[in-house]
Structure formats: structure tokens, C-alpha cells
Design a binder for this molecule. Sequence first.
Ligand code: BV8
Ligand code: ZN
Length: 285
Amino acid sequence: MLPCFLVFLPPSPPLLKLTPLFAALRLTILSATTHLRLDPLAQARAWLGAARSIAVLTGAGISAESGIPTFRGPGGLWNNHRPEELATPEAFARNPKLSWEWYDWRRQRVSAAQPNPGHRALAGLEQKAAEFTLITQNVDGLHRAAGSRNIIELHGSLWRIRCLGCGREEENRAVPLRPLPPQCTCGGLMRPAVVWFGEALPVDAIHRAARAASQCDLLLVCGTSAVVYPAAALPDQAIAAGARVIEVNIEPTPFTDYAHLSLRGRCGEILPQLVASTPASESPL
Ligand code: BV8
Ligand code: ZN
């Protein structure tokens, strides 16, 4: 990056002789460092407006303003159980009823919640962008409820259940879900159709996500602590492929130093501002 102090170096007397040359140099530096001066939100809008292909990666933070506890934030704990303890095949095998009571509690919280302005802003952005892919780690289904369409649910959905016996999978929106644990018509035990820690992600989902991240012009990373893999590797893949990456989070994350821009604030406040003035994408980046 160009040493910015150069930008503000007043022309010293000897340099006056070089005035035309100095002025030209200064102009070059000024134009080359334009991006250093636009306020971050304006810069983000400019990049978003110029992007032809946009991808977005979201985490629990985007649903926080809908009243859904995040994994690592306040209220993340359930009955003194850390989510990572409950979201595992071992926890389910140990006590399927306890695991289902947690998922049924989360389904009840989500069914009482509404998408927030952050979810809706992304649904609006999808309408404007020439190419748009929404990659979410969330299993709450609030992006779809907000009107987003091209969604990759990397970690599955709270609203689908799968039989451990015959493998049959179905959509189930019963709230509360009774009896717990639910049984399949084959008599098998049903589990939530989510990806638990230690389990592989659906191959199709992770391939589509990796492709979207490495082919986009701009990746928005919203409300994620960026610590759970392989999802947390997607921003690095986007940067490696030459995309610009903008992070939106109320606090810094392990990814912040790598982002081209990190906008500090709540998704429900920043995303509407970001998307509102973004023109429908015509020009390539
Ligand atoms: C796998 C579904 C292998 C279930 C979930 C050591 C190093 C690297 C990796 C590993 C390792 N040890 C183990 C692993 C692998 C592990 C992993 O990454 N562990 C982490 C903890 C280190 N990954 C796995 O196990 C994956 N599988 O690796 O399989 C394999 C391969 C082949 C064959 C067999 C096996 C599976 C990972 C998926 C697990 N399932 N969810 C359920 O939901 O019940 S993960 C779950 O946790 C979420 O989906 C999400 O991914 C993650 C939580 O992260 P976030 O969404 O970011 O939420 P968090 O609370 O952490 O942060 C919220 C953020 O929002 C914060 O930054 C906060 O500041 C911000 N925020 C809050 N409010 C707002 C906001 N921002 C803006 N606005 C606001 N209003
Ligand atoms: Zn079955």
C-alpha cells in the first residue's frame, strides 16, 4: 500500500522547481489512494454497485435482531449446555430426547420470530444483482422467509427431519413437535436434518458454496464469528480468487484483518443502508 504520508507532503521550496512534476505526482497519488478516503459505507456501496456477481455468507449474527440467540453470544447456552455439546451425533446418541428438546426449543423460538431488516436487505440485493448466491450457516430458515431464493443452507435446516433407519427425509413444521423424539413410519428414530460437528457437509452444498465464493466479484460476510470450518474458509477462497470481501459484524473476528473492509455494526442497521442505494447491477466490476 502506498505510504499515505506522501499525500499530505506540502511542496517544499526545492520541490517547487518541480511543481508541474510534483503536482502530477501528487495527483497520481491522490487518484491512486482515492479508496483511502471514501468513508467505509460509501466505499462498500461503490464496490457493491460495481459488482456483477455477488455472494453472501451469513451466520447467527444476522438472526440475532430477530430474537434468535447466537451460538457464542449472550443467551447462546441452553440449560447450561454449550451448543457445541448438543450439536453432535454423540450427544444425540447419548440422549435423543434431550437433543430433541433443544431442537424443539429452537424451532419454537424461530417460529415466533420474523425476518429482520438485515434478512430483507439481502433479499432485496438478490433482486438487483446480475448474479447472487446466499450461503448461510443458519438452520432457522429466516432468509427464505425474507424472500431470498438462491440460498445454500450449508448446515441443513431446523424444519427438516431424517430417519436414522431408512434415511427418509421430510419437511416438518410442527411446533411444538410431539412426541419427542419423533418416529418414522418405518419405526426408525428421526433426527434433525442439520449437520452436526464432526459430520461432513452435504457435498453439493459445499461445492456450490466454494464455486460461488471463488467466482464472485464481491463477498459479503455477515454476522459470523468465522471459526467453524469449512464455512470459515470461504472468505479466504474468495480473496484468493481476487474478489473483494466486506465484513459486517458488531465486533472484530479472526477474519477482520483479511477483509478489504470491516463495517462495525448490526446487520439489521448496516445492510439496509448498504443495499438501499446500490443500483441494479449493469456494469461489470
Ligand atoms: C467437519 C448446525 C469433518 C447444527 C453447525 C479444529 C480446527 C478447525 C476445524 C475443526 C477443529 N476441530 C474440529 C473442527 C471441525 C469443526 C469446526 O470447525 N469446529 C470449530 C468449533 C473449531 N467443523 C465441523 O465439525 C464440520 N464438519 O469438519 O466434518 C468431516 C469431513 C469429512 C467426513 C467426516 C467429517 C461441521 C460444522 C457444522 C456444525 N453445525 N450448525 C445446529 O445449528 O444445531 S455449526 C453452527 O455453529 C452454526 O451453523 C455456525 O456455523 C456456527 C456458529 O457460528 P456463527 O454462526 O458465526 O455464530 P456465533 O455465535 O459463533 O457468532 C455470531 C457472530 O455474529 C459473532 O461474531 C457476533 O459478534 C456477531 N453478531 C451478533 N449479533 C450481530 C452480529 N453481527 C452483526 N449484527 C448483529 N446484530
Ligand atoms: Zn424410516
